[in-house]
Every structure is written in structure tokens, then in C-alpha cells.
Design a protein around this ligand. Structure first.
Ligand SMILES: Nc1ncnc2c1ncn2[C@@H]1O[C@H](COP(=O)(O)OP(=O)(O)OP(=O)(O)O)[C@@H](O)[C@H]1O
Length: 298
């Protein structure tokens, strides 16, 4: 039987009076593209830091490819590549030097072929000799990705890797990450760009105040909540809630519908109540709506 890529059982962590992790259970299978979502302060980075040994949890079990992060730290760490959220570098090294030093931490010498391949895939070849302090924010973020990959870890955790990266490079980055996933790497991603998570992740966990409040396939999450939305701008928006719709900040009344057939009864209800429609749109539910609903209910 193959072990999970990540196994987290009853993880707890407290900072003073703040419960950053309040009992998290999570298992990610090998080969998954997994999303870890949650509002600011939900505990995502704390969970990742505990996996990589940067934060000592108060309780719980953390395993990477079957290796316990505390009792078998070296092996667990070798199996894991973490792209941290913070851009922290020694500014005096060049990109290549930095990647060679990082390889050295894992006892790997003569790693230049792999380093060249990573640099090419991240569109950094031309910057290999440049000092870190000369790179833009987006380039530094790509170097963080490169750094996480030098030891060819089977599990890669990316903590908001596209913050501050422009659209073109973001797409290039995703292409590369997708390729790594196709090649068998397990990917765990945290991001606030929910459309990215929706497009990339097969399964998603949503965290709130240190707890998992939703955990399912992306497809099921989208389906679990109404899958379609009928949005109408009413002459008298104040009537929206009496008609069973929710009124958005932008003034649109929204009916959550399971199927397209439900459009007609919703319109009939409006007509019977004498609601006059000024504008109408029909759309699919997206992860952003699901996220907002999950967070409101939790
Ligand atoms: N070193 C620390 N000392 C004290 N409190 C901390 C520390 N690190 C994190 N916290 C607190 O723990 C909680 C969880 O933080 P964490 O960084 O894990 O959240 P996050 O989900 O990654 O948020 P974001 O989306 O903003 O990155 C927050 O309330 C944060 O202020």
C-alpha cells in the first residue's frame, strides 16, 4: 500500500492566547494537486511551517511520504519542497550560487544540469548570474520556486506563489507546476486567487480559524452549493429577500439555482410579485461564491 504524500492528524498550535491550529486532520494522496484555502490568518502558513519543521506544533502528527516530521526529520525534509510566502534572500549571492548552496544543504553536488533545467522552465536562464538584489519581486518569487525544487522533492508545497507575479509569468509558472504534477509530484497550493485554485486543484480544503471547515473535490464543492445563479437587477431591489433572492452589494438580486429548469419558476415568482426586471444575467457558480458561503456558514 502506498503511503499518503502528507498526513496530518489532530494538529494544534497556539501563539499565546491565539489558537492558530485547532485540531487539523488532513491527508493528501500521492500525485494530487491539492488546494489549501482560507482567509488571512486561517492557519495555512502555520500548517505548512509545521510540516517543514520551521514551527513546532503543540500537538498532532505530521508526516511527509510516511516520514514523521519530528522523529524522522531529515527524511521528511528531503521529501518536501516548500515555496515560502516571504521573500527572504541573501542579497550577495547570484541565482546560481544560491541554488548550488541550497543543493549543498541536501548533500547534493554536481547539480547543475537539474539547476539549468529548473532555471529554463522558470524563464530565469538569463538571470542565472545576476545578484539576488538586482531581481524584481516576481523574479525573486520564481527563484523561491527554484530553490524548493533543487533536491527533486516528490511533495511540493507552494504558499501563495503567484503573489506579485504578472499574468504572463503566472501562466508560465502554472504550466511548469502542472508539468511537475503530471510527472508524479504531489502539489499543495495556498492562494487567494480562487479562480487559480478552481482551475488547478482536484481537491480543496478550506480553513477558518485553525479548523478545516470544508474538504472535498473541487467538483463536489462547486456542486454542493447551487451550481447556477440567476442575477437580476430589480426596479425595487428592496423586495429581493421577500422573493427568495439575496441582494449583493452591487445591487444585483441573486437566485441560487440547482438546474437550468429552475430559472422559469424563479422568473414566475418574480412576475407574480410584480417585480420588474431591469437587467438579467445567468451564470455558473464559481469557487469564490462557494468560499464566501462556506466561510459565512462556518
Ligand atoms: N510567530 C507568530 N507569533 C504570533 N502569532 C502568529 C505567529 N505566526 C502566525 N501567527 C498568528 O497565527 C494565525 C495564523 O496565521 P497564519 O500565518 O498561519 O495564517 P494564514 O492562513 O497563512 O494567513 P495568510 O493568508 O494571511 O497568509 C494568525 O492569527 C497570525 O497572526
Amino acid at each position: 500500500m502506498t503511503c499518503p504524500a502528507l498526513r496530518i492528524v489532530s494538529a494544534t498550535k497556539r501563539y499565546g492566547t491565539l489558537q492558530a491550529l485547532a485540531g487539523v486532520d488532513l491527508e493528501v494522496a500521492q500525485g494530487e494537486f491539492f488546494g489549501l484555502l482560507g482567509p488571512n490568518g486561517a492557519g495555512k502558513t502555520t500548517l505548512i511551517s509545521a510540516l517543514s519543521g520551521l514551527v513546532r506544533p503543540d500537538g498532532g502528527i505530521f508526516e511527509v511520504m510516511g516520514h514523521n516530521v519530528v522523529t524522522d526529520y531529515r527524511n521528511a525534509r528531503r521529501k518536501l519542497g516548500v515555496v515560502p510566502q516571504e521573500l527572504v534572500f541573501d542579497p550577495f549571492f547570484s541565482v546560481r550560487e544560491l541554488l548550488r548552496i541550497q543543493s549543498g544543504y541536501f548533500g547534493i553536488r554536481g547539480n547543475d544540469d537539474w539547476i539549468d533545467e529548473i532555471l529554463a522552465n522558470l524563464d530565469l536562464t538569463a538571470k542565472a548570474g545576476a545578484n539576488m538584489r538586482m531581481l524584481s519581486g516576481g523574479m525573486k518569487r520564481r527563484v523561491l520556486v527554484a530553490q524548493a525544487l533543487v533536491h527533486r522533492p516528490p511533495v511540493i508545497v507552494l504558499d501563495e506563489p503567484t503573489a506579485g507575479v504578472d499574468v504572463e509569468l503566472r501562466q508560465g509558472l502554472w504550466q511548469f507546476i502542472r508539468k511537475l504534477n503530471r510527472d508524479g509530484h504531489t502539489i499543495v497550493l495556498t492562494t487567494h486567487y480562487l479562480e487559480e485554485a478552481e482551475a488547478l486543484c482536484g481537491r480543496i480544503a478550506m480553513l477558518k480559524a485553525g479548523r478545516v471547515v470544508a474538504l472535498d473535490t473541487t467538483e463536489n464543492l462547486l456542486r454542493r452549493f447551487a451550481s447556477h445563479a440567476l442575477r437580476v437587477r430589480l426596479e425595487r431591489p428592496e423586495n429581493a429577500s421577500a422573493l427568495g433572492a439575496t441582494l449583493s452589494d452591487s445591487g444585483w438580486a441573486e437566485f441560487a439555482l440547482e438546474r437550468y429548469e429552475d430559472v422559469e419558476p424563479a422568473l414566475a415568482r418574480l412576475r407574480e410579485a410584480g417585480g420588474r426586471i431591469l437587467e438579467m444575467r445567468l451564470g455558473e457558480a464559481d469557487l469564490e461564491r462557494v468560499f464566501v458561503e462556506v466561510m459565512n456558514r462556518a
